[in-house]
Write a protein that binds this ligand. Structure first.
Ligand SMILES: [Fe+2]
Length: 585
C-alpha cells in the first residue's frame, strides 16, 4: 500500500511517501524550489521523494491531502475575503476549494483516489502515528487550520479522534504571532526569534498580556479581540495593545531594548501558562499518561521544556516537523489506517527522510573545474579525523551527508558545524553566513552517551525540540544562551553513525564531544537540498571547509571569481512572507 501525503497551498508545502505505513521518504518543496516556505503544490518534492522511494506516481494507491479545502474556504469567506497577496484578480484562484484536487491531477499526474483529512486531525495523526505509543492523549495548536486553532484528542489502535476544538479567531499561534509582529519581527516566520529573545527579559508584562487570553471551561479559551486584528488587511494588533503595554510597536530595523525583551519574556510566560493549564485539562479528560503533540506552537521548545518538566504527562512526543509540512505525514498515516485498519506503534527516531543527492557528480564538476579536493572514499576514519582537526582549529564547516532532514531543523545532514568552546564563534558564523541577530543562540549536537556530563537532560533529545540547562556553560560559550540553556540535539550511532563519529572524533581531540550545529543555508534562504546547493552556499558564504559526502574542499582552493558570478546568477529571492500580516490564504 503506497500512500502519498500532501501538504500544500497554505504555508510550508511538503510531501511524504508511506509504504505499508512506514514513512520512506518526505521533503519540503522549499528545499527544491529554493523559495523559503514555498506554498505551491510540491511537484519537485513529490518527484524527488517518489524517486527516492523507488516508485512512480502510477504506483501510488492513494493520495492523502492534509486539510479540507471547503472548510478553509468557509472560514475565509466568513472573514470577508482577506487581503490577497497579489493585487491581480487572478489571486482569486486561491479561493478555490477544488484547486488542490485539480492540481494533484494536473500537476502531479495522479488520477487515483484522493482523500482529504482535517487539518488538525493531520497534525494530531502526524504526532500519534510516529510516537510509538499504543494509546495517547493528542494535542495540537497552531495559528489556524480550516476553522480550528487548538484541538484535544485521543489516539489508539482504532485511530485518531478529536474530542474538542477551539475555533478561530481564538488562537494561541495568532496571539504569539501578533505580539511577534508588535516586536518588529516577521509573522509565521520569526516567532522563534521572540522565543530566543525572552531569556534576556523579565516577564513584567505577563499579567497584562494574560488578560488578552481568557481561560474558559474545558479546553476553551478566548482572546480579547479588542487587541487584535485578524482580518488579514493590516497589522495583527490594534492600538490598544500599545496602550496596554505603554510602548509603541517596534520598528523592524530599530534597536532592541529592555522593554522589547521584557515583552518577549512576558509573552513566553503567558503562552506556557495557558498551555500547561490546557494540557492538565486534556490529561484529566483522557487519563492517558502519554502525550502526542504537533502544530506550529509545538516548535516552541522553551514551552516544550516546561510541558515536559511541569506538565501532567509522563511521556511526551513532539513531532519534529510540527508545522504544516508534517501534515503530509499525518494525512498519509490517517488514510493508511482507515484503509487497512493496521496499527503498529513505532517511534520515529530519525528525520533524515529526504533524498540524499548524488555527491559523486559534484566531485566530477570539481575535478573538471580544476578545484582540488581530498577524497576519503573508503576511509571514513580519515575523513572524520581531518574534519575534527579543522573544527578544533577554528574552521567553520559546511557538512553535507546522506539523506536530507524533514522539518525545520538541520540535524547533521545539512548542517554548518563549528567549535562550541570558542566565545567568538557566534559572531564569526553570523558574519560568514547567517547574518542574523546577535542575540539568537546557536544549538549544540552532542553524542547521546555523554550528554548528561554537559547537559541536564534525562532522556535523549534527537530532534532539537527541547531546551535544557548547560552544566558547563562557561566552557561552551558559543552554544550557551544568556539564561544558561541550550537547545540540544543528542546523536547516537544507530541514528547517524557518521555524525556520531565526527562528534566523537572532536571529543577525542578536545574533551568535548559536542559541536555547534546550525542549518546549512544563507540568511533568508531554505536549507540546502542537493550537493550543488551546498557547493553554491559554500562559495557564497565564506565557510572555511565543505565536506560533501566523502570529499573535503577548502575555501582557499575555490577560485575567487566564483562567488561574484554566483551572486549575479542568483538574485536574492524574497520569501513569500509579509512582516506584519499573517497569511490566511
Ligand atoms: Fe497547522
Amino acid at each position: 500500500m503506497i500512500i502519498l501525503g500532501i501538504s500544500a497551498l497554505y504555508h510550508d508545502s511538503a510531501c511524504a511517501v508511506l509504504v505499508d505505513g512506514h514513512v520512506v521518504s518526505a521533503a519540503q518543496e522549499e528545499r527544491f524550489s529554493r523559495r523559503r516556505f514555498d506554498q505551491a503544490m510540491p511537484t519537485r518534492a513529490v518527484r524527488a521523494c517518489l524517486r527516492d522511494a523507488g516508485v512512480r506516481i502510477s504506483d501510488v494507491d492513494h493520495v492523502a491531502y492534509y486539510e479540507r479545502p471547503e472548510r478553509k474556504l468557509a472560514r475565509q469567506l466568513w472573514m470577508g475575503l482577506p487581503a490577497l497577496p497579489e493585487t491581480s484578480p487572478a489571486a482569486l484562484f486561491r479561493l478555490d476549494a477544488d484547486r488542490p484536487f485539480r492540481q494533484i491531477e494536473e500537476l502531479l499526474g495522479f488520477t487515483g483516489p484522493v482523500t482529504a483529512v482535517g487539518h488538525h486531525e493531520a497534525h494530531a495523526a502526524s504526532a500519534f502515528y510516529q510516537s510509538g505509543f499504543r494509546t495517547s492523549a493528542l494535542f495540537t495548536a497552531d495559528a489556524v487550520g480550516e476553522w480550528t486553532t487548538t484541538s484535544y484528542g485521543r489516539g489508539g489502535p482504532d485511530g485518531v479522534e478529536l474530542l474538542e476544538e477551539v475555533a478561530f479567531p481564538h488562537s494561541l499561534g495568532l496571539f504569539y504571532s501578533a505580539v511577534t509582529s508588535y516586536l518588529g519581527f516577521a509573522v509565521n516566520s520569526d516567532e522563534y526569534k521572540v522565543m530566543g529573545l525572552a531569556p534576556y527579559g523579565s516577564p513584567r508584562y505577563a499579567e497584562r498580556l494574560a488578560r488578552l487570553v481568557q481561560d474558559e471551561d474545558g479546553g476553551q479559551f478566548r482572546l480579547d479581540l479588542g487587541y487584535f486584528d485578524f482580518s488579514g488587511h493590516g497589522p495583527m494588533f490594534t492600538d490598544r495593545l500599545a496602550d496596554l503595554l505603554e510602548g509603541p510597536a517596534r520598528d523592524p530595523e530599530s534597536e532592541i531594548t529592555q522593554f522589547h525583551t521584557d515583552v518577549a519574556a512576558s509573552l513566553q510566560e503567558v503562552l506556557e501558562a495557558i498551555l500547561l493549564r490546557k494540557l492538565r485539562h486534556l490529561h484529566r479528560e483522557t487519563g492517558d499518561s502519554c502525550l502526542s503533540y504537533a502544530g506550529g506552537v509545538a516548535l516552541n521548545c522553551v514551552a516544550n521544556r516546561r510541558i515536559r518538566e511541569e506538565g501532567p504527562f509522563e511521556q511526551v512526543f513532539v513531532q519534529p516537523a510540527a508545522g504544516d509540512s508534517g501534515g503530509a505525514i499525518g494525512a498519509a498515516a490517517m488514510v493508511h489506517h482507515s484503509l487497512t485498519g493496521e496499527f503498529e506503534p513505532r517511534r520515529l527516531t530519525d528525520v533524515k527522510l529526504g533524498p540524499r543527492g548524488d555527491t559523486g557528480r559534484t566531485r566530477g564538476w570539481l575535478r573538471r573545474a580544476g578545484v582540488p579536493y581530498s577524497d576519503f572514499t573508503g576511509d571514513e576514519a580519515g575523513l572524520l579525523d581531518r574534519t575534527a582537526a579543522l573544527l578544533a582549529d577554528g574552521a567553520v564547516v559546511g557538512w553535507y551527508q546522506g539523506r536530507m532532514e524533514f522539518g525545520p531543523r538541520a540535524l547533521g545532514a545539512r548542517s554548518i558545524l563549528a567549535d562550541p568552546r570558542d566565545a567568538q564563534m557566534r559572531d564569526r558564523i553570523n558574519a560568514l553566513v547567517k547574518k542574523r541577530e546577535a542575540f539568537r543562540p546557536f544549538a549544540p549536537a552532542v553524542v547521546e552517551e555523554r550528554c548528561e556530563e554537559f547537559f541536564e537532560l534525562a532522556e535523549p533529545s534527537p530532534f532539537m525540540l527541547d531546551t535544557t540547562t548547560v552544566r558547563r556553560g562557561a566552557d561552551l560559550p558559543a552554544i550557551t544562551h544568556v539564561d544558561g540553556s541550550a537547545r540540544v540535539q543528542t546523536v547516537n550511532s544507530a541514528q547517524d553513525a557518521r555524525f556520531h563519529g565526527l562528534l566523537s572524533a572532536f571529543g577525542r581531540r578536545t574533551g568535548f564531544p559536542i559541536l555547534l550545529n546550525t542549518s546549512f543555508n544563507m540568511r533568508g534562504e531554505p536549507i540546502v537540498a542537493g550537493p550543488v546547493d551546498a557547493l553554491v552556499c559554500f562559495v557564497r558564504s565564506d565557510l572555511d571547509v565543505l565536506v560533501l559526502g566523502d570529499h573535503l574542499v577548502l575555501r582557499e582552493d575555490i577560485p575567487g571569481h566564483w562567488a561574484e558570478r554566483l551572486e549575479e546568477l542568483l538574485p536574492y529571492r524574497r520569501p513569500p512572507i509579509s512582516r506584519d500580516v499573517y497569511s490566511f490564504l
